[in-house]
Design a binder for this molecule. Structure first.
Ligand SMILES: *Cc1c(COP(=O)(O)O)cnc(C)c1O
Length: 379
C-alpha cells in the first residue's frame, strides 16, 4: 500500500488521536453532552485565536466564514478595501463584489506583502471605508502579512479589520486582540489538523455593532442568530457534531503542545524546507521579511514541467505537494508545513522531490536538499 503524506496547505494530515474521535458514533446535539463539547470548543478556540471575543463555529469550509463576514458587515454600496496579492486576496474582492460593495482594491505583486502604509493612505484618501479585508497567510504565494501594523492603523478609524487566517491559524502568530483584529477567520482542515467542514469566526464588539446595522441579505450565515444561540450554548442549525467533538481533541493537542511552541516548530520546518530548496539550486517566490512559515512557494526550474513534478510525487510516490494557483499554476510548487507534521515528514518530502527532479533531468547533487534540511533540524 502506498503512503499518503500530505504536505499540502489544506487539507493537512489528521493525527491518529483525532481519527479515533472521528470514528465514534454520533450523539444528538440538543443534549447536555453536546452542549459541553460546544462549550469546551468555543473556549478552546479563544486560546488559538488569542481573543476574548466570541468565536462562532459554522458548518462550511473556510470560505463560508469569509462570506459570513462580508454579508454581516456590509450593506450594498458600502466602501471596502481588499488586498489582492494572490488567489485568496482575490476571493475577498469577489465576495465583496457579490454583495454589491464599492471595492477599493490594493494590488500587490504575487510573492510580496501589502504594506501597512498603503492601507493607511487609502483609508485617508477614501472616506467612510466600512471594512478592510486582508489575508494572514496568502496560501497561493507563501506570503505572511504584517497584521499587527495594519491593526494599529485600522483601529483608529471607523473601519473594521477582517483577517482571513484560514491557513495560518495555529501555525503562525495571530494575536487577534492585541493586534486589534475585529474579525478573524479560520477553517478546520489546515492548522487545526481536522477534515474540512468547519469554519470559525471571531467577532469584536466594534464589528458586531456593524453587523446589527448592515443591510445585506443573510440567513444561514446570519451571525446575529449565531450570537443568540451561543449565549444559550447552542447553534442556530444542526452543527457538524462529529467534527466539533473532534475539534476538541485538536484543541487539546494544540494546548498540550503550546501555541508558541507550535509557531517555533513550524518555523523550523519552514527554515529546513527553504534551506533544502536553496541547496537544490531552486529559488523561492517570496523573500524575507514577508516569507511565510506555513507554506513555501518554490519557483519551478526552467525546462521542468511543474504539473508533472507534482503529479509524479503524488501518484507514483504518495507525497502530496501542490502546484501554483492562477497565473502561477505551472510556475511554482508549494510545500506546506502546518498541521500534524514533523521534520521527518519534511525530509521525506524533500527526498521524494529530489528523486523526481533527478528523474526529470534537473541537474543537482542528489542528497543536497536533505543534507541542508538535516543541518537545520540537527542544530
Ligand atoms: C484554504 C484557504 C481558503 C479557502 O478555504 P476553503 O476551506 O477551501 O473554503 C481561504 N483563504 C486561505 C488563505 C486559504 O488558505
Amino acid at each position: 500500500m502506498k503512503r499518503n503524506l500530505l504536505l499540502s496547505p489544506g487539507p493537512t494530515q489528521v493525527p491518529p488521536q483525532i481519527c479515533e474521535v472521528l470514528s465514534r458514533p454520533i450523539i444528538h446535539h440538543r443534549t447536555p453532552q453536546f452542549q459541553n463539547h460546544l462549550k469546551v470548543a468555543t473556549e478552546g478556540l479563544k486560546y488559538v485565536f488569542q481573543t476574548k471575543n466570541d468565536v462562532y463555529i459554522l458548518a462550511s469550509s473556510g470560505t463560508g466564514a469569509m462570506e459570513a463576514s462580508v454579508c454581516n458587515l456590509v450593506s450594498p454600496g458600502d466602501k471596502v478595501i481588499t488586498v489582492e496579492g494572490g488567489k485568496f486576496g482575490e476571493r475577498w474582492t469577489e465576495i465583496c463584489q457579490a454583495y454589491g460593495t464599492q471595492t477599493k482594491v490594493i494590488e500587490v505583486k504575487w510573492g510580496k506583502a501589502v504594506e501597512a502604509k498603503q492601507i493607511k493612505e487609502l483609508l485617508h484618501a477614501e472616506k467612510n471605508i466600512k471594512a478592510v479585508f486582508v489575508t494572514l497567510v496568502e496560501t497561493s504565494t507563501g506570503v505572511t502579512t504584517d497584521i499587527e501594523s495594519i491593526g494599529k492603523i485600522v483601529k483608529d478609524t471607523n473601519a473594521v479589520l477582517v483577517v482571513d487566517a484560514i491557513s495560518g491559524l495555529g501555525a503562525t502568530d495571530l494575536q487577534t486582540d492585541n493586534w486589534s483584529v475585529d474579525v478573524a477567520i479560520a477553517g478546520s482542515q489546515k492548522g487545526l489538523m481536522l477534515p474540512p467542514g468547519l469554519a470559525f469566526i471571531s467577532v469584536s464588539a466594534k464589528a458586531f455593532k456593524l453587523m446589527e446595522q448592515a443591510k445585506s441579505p443573510r440567513y444561514y450565515f446570519d451571525l446575529r442568530k449565531a450570537k443568540e444561540a451561543l449565549a444559550e450554548v447552542d447553534t442556530p442549525f444542526t452543527p457538524a457534531i462529529g467534527l466539533i467533538i473532534a475539534l476538541n481533541e485538536s484543541l487539546r493537542l494544540i494546548k498540550e503542545a503550546g501555541l508558541q511552541n507550535l509557531f517555533i516548530h513550524y518555523a523550523r520546518l519552514a527554515q529546513g524546507t527553504r534551506a533544502a530548496m536553496k541547496a537544490l539550486g531552486l529559488s523561492l517566490l517570496s523573500d524575507e521579511p514577508c516569507i511565510s512559515n506555513v507554506v513555501t512557494a518554490v519557483n519551478v526550474p526552467n525546462k521542468i514541467d511543474g504539473g508533472k513534478l507534482v503529479k509524479t510525487m503524488r501518484d507514483t510516490y504518495g507525497v502530496t505537494i501542490v502546484a501554483g494557483q492562477g497565473h502561477l499554476k505551472s510556475k511554482i510548487f508549494r510545500i506546506a508545513h502546518m498541521g500534524c507534521l514533523d521534520e521527518y515528514d519534511i525530509i521525506t518530502g524533500i527526498v521524494c522531490l529530489e528523486k523526481v527532479l533527478h528523474k526529470m533531468g534537473y541537474s543537482f547533487t542528489l542528497g543536497a536538499g536533505v543534507a541542508a534540511a538535516q543541518k537545520i533540524f540537527s542544530a
